[in-house]
Design a protein around this ligand. Structure first.
Ligand code: ZN
Ligand code: ZN
Length: 244
C-alpha cells in the first residue's frame, strides 16, 4: 500500500515539475535547493525592503522633504485607523512572487513571503508584542476557489516564529470587488460592512496584529482594524508583506 502511495506521489510530483519546473518566478534562473517555487537568491537580494525613515503611521517610506520620525503627507491629512508596517515595497521581485502565490494556486510560494515577514519583524516592531495574530479573511467563495488563504499561511509562519496564537477573529460577510480594480473613491465604500468579528466577546482588551499580503491604499486592513476596534480591542496594528 505504501509502495503504491509512493508511486502516486512521485508521479504527481513529476507532473508538477513538468508543468512548473523549479525556476525563479522572475528571471527563470535556478532556484536554490530545497526551494521548489519562488525567487532565486539573486532576484531575492533585489527585494526593496522598507527601512527608516518611514511614516510612523502607515509605514510608507518618507520623501526627502518629510521629517524622519514623523508622518507622511497622506497621514497628516487623514490619520489611518491602525499603525501599519510593510516589509517591502510592492515592486519587483515581490510582484512576481505575490502573483505566483495568489493566482497560480501555489501555497508553497508563500514560504518565501513568510520568511521576509519573519526577517523584518524585529526591525519593524521592536518594542511591541501582540496577544495574537489575525489573518485578513477571504470570503468563503473565494477561499473555495483559491483553496487557501495566503494571509493565514503568512500569519501561521510568523506565529510559529513568535510563539503566538493565530486567531481567526474576523470573517468576511460580503464578497467584494478586489480593491486594486477600483478607483480610489470607490475603494472606501466597496469595503464598508465587508467584515464582522467572529466572537466579539473574546476580543475585548486584546492587542492584535492583522496580517495580510499586499495593499495599495491600506483599505482592507483599515476596514478590518475598524471592525476589530468596534468590538473593543485594546490595540490593533497591521503587518503586510508589501505596500505600494
Ligand atoms: Zn531570479
Ligand atoms: Zn503615512
Amino acid at each position: 500500500m505504501s509502495g503504491l502511495l509512493e508511486i502516486l506521489q512521485s508521479g504527481a510530483e513529476g507532473l508538477l515539475r513538468l508543468v512548473y519546473p523549479p525556476a525563479c518566478a522572475l528571471c527563470g534562473g535556478r532556484l536554490e535547493p530545497p526551494r521548489k517555487l519562488g525567487l532565486c537568491p539573486e532576484c531575492w537580494r533585489g527585494a526593496p525592503l522598507i527601512r527608516l525613515p518611514y511614516c510612523t503611521a502607515c509605514g510608507q517610506p518618507l520623501n526627502a522633504d518629510e521629517v524622519p520620525g514623523g508622518l507622511c503627507l497622506d497621514c497628516r491629512l487623514q490619520a489611518p485607523p491602525v499603525v501599519l508596517r510593510a516589509a517591502a515595497l510592492y515592486r519587483e521581485p515581490l510582484v512576481s512572487l505575490l502573483h505566483l502565490c495568489k493566482f497560480d494556486f501555489w501555497a508553497p510560494a508563500a514560504e518565501q513571503l513568510a520568511e521576509l515577514l519573519v526577517e523584518r519583524a524585529h526591525a519593524l516592531f521592536p518594542d511591541w508584542r501582540p496577544d495574537a495574530l489575525v489573518p485578513v479573511p477571504l470570503h468563503p467563495r473565494r477561499l473555495r476557489w483559491r483553496g487557501f488563504n495566503q494571509s493565514e499561511l503568512l500569519a501561521r509562519a510568523l506565529a510559529e516564529h513568535w510563539d503566538l496564537p493565530v486567531t481567526p477573529a474576523l470573517r468576511r460577510v460580503r464578497d467584494t470587488v478586489p480593491q486594486a480594480r477600483l478607483p480610489r473613491e470607490a475603494r472606501l465604500t466597496n469595503l464598508r460592512g465587508a467584515f464582522a468579528p467572529r466572537r466579539p466577546a473574546g476580543l475585548r482588551g486584546a492587542r492584535l496584529l492583522l496580517i495580510d499580503d499586499v495593499t495599495t491604499s491600506g483599505g482592507t486592513v483599515y476596514e478590518c482594524a475598524r471592525t476589530l476596534s468596534a468590538a473593543g480591542t485594546a490595540e490593533v496594528r497591521a503587518y503586510l508583506v508589501a505596500r505600494s
